[in-house]
Design a protein around this ligand. Structure first.
Ligand code: PLP
Length: 235
């Protein structure tokens, strides 16, 4: 019941933020960050109307898949750091891998997708805040990696993802979102074919998703605001 209410409230906040920015609320996808949540919680959220789940650990993804916990969801995304040696547990099992941040990883995804005879949708993760602790490529590396993505037949680049520093106050991350929006637009402009494939800008979390929407996010990843605080040991 509470989950239903918080899901409704987040959807309303997404709509309000979109409308305030002169955007169509339908342009924005809510991806629930389901890390540490149980199969039951995920099922309850889907029953309440959640359509996209984002996992950031391979182990949790596999366990939830095994338990068929995502049944009824439209999509499952991978949003966490992905090691090359775990690629075969993720490729073809999720609609979108949001967290690609090296050529090596992209090549491994391409190889596995080729084996399965599929094309895997991916986003490139940008470390927009330049934080040492975070994954993602530097903005300066984006052009090259986006170019390399085009050479790989079994990956399809759909856009960009970013996890800026934790926002302490509303508006704190707006300049990062503006920068991501610019990188996204530039990348799209430089691509000469299949431009329309590039349609996903994943940014904004519980503390700042409205600011991200104001700056052009098409997908927001929300955990705490939906499910409540996570146990302290978890990232
Ligand atoms: C946990 C997580 C989120 C959601 O964080 P909240 O602050 O709880 O909304 C979003 N994106 C990624 C990659 C995450 O790991």
């Amino acid at each position: 019941m509470e989950l239903e209410r918080s899901l409704q409230s987040i959807k309303q906040r997404i709509s309000a933020a979109a409308l305030a920015a002169g955007r169509d609320p339908e342009e924005i996808t809510l991806c629930a960050a389901t890390k540490v949540q149980s199969d039951e919680t995920i099922r309850a959220a889907i029953a309440a109307g959640l359509t996209v789940c984002g996992e950031n650990r391979v182990q949790e993804l596999c366990a939830h898949l095994e338990a068929d916990a995502y049944a009824g969801a439209q999509q499952v995304h991978f949003i966490g750091h992905l090691q090359t040696n775990k690629v075969n547990k993720v490729v073809g099992r999720v609609e979108l891998i949001q967290s690609v941040d090296s050529l090596h990883l992209m090549q491994a995804i391409d190889k596995q997708a080729g084996k399965l005879g599929i094309v895997q949708d991916i986003l490139l993760q940008v470390n927009v805040g330049g934080e040492q602790s975070k994954g993602g490529i530097a903005p300066e590396e984006l052009d090259e990696l986006a170019g390399q993505a085009r050479e790989l037949p079994n990956v399809r680049l759909r856009g960009l993802m970013a996890i800026p520093p934790i926002a302490l106050a509303p508006g704190d991350n707006t300049h990062y979102f503006v920068k991501m929006r610019q990188l996204f637009v530039d990348m799209k402009e430089k691509i000469d074919h299949n431009k329309n494939d590039i349609n996903c800008l994943s940014m904004g979390m519980s503390r700042d998703f409205e600011d991200a929407i104001a700056q052009g996010a098409t997908l927001v990843r929300v955990g705490t605001a939906l499910f409540g605080p996570r146990p302290a040991r978890e990232v």
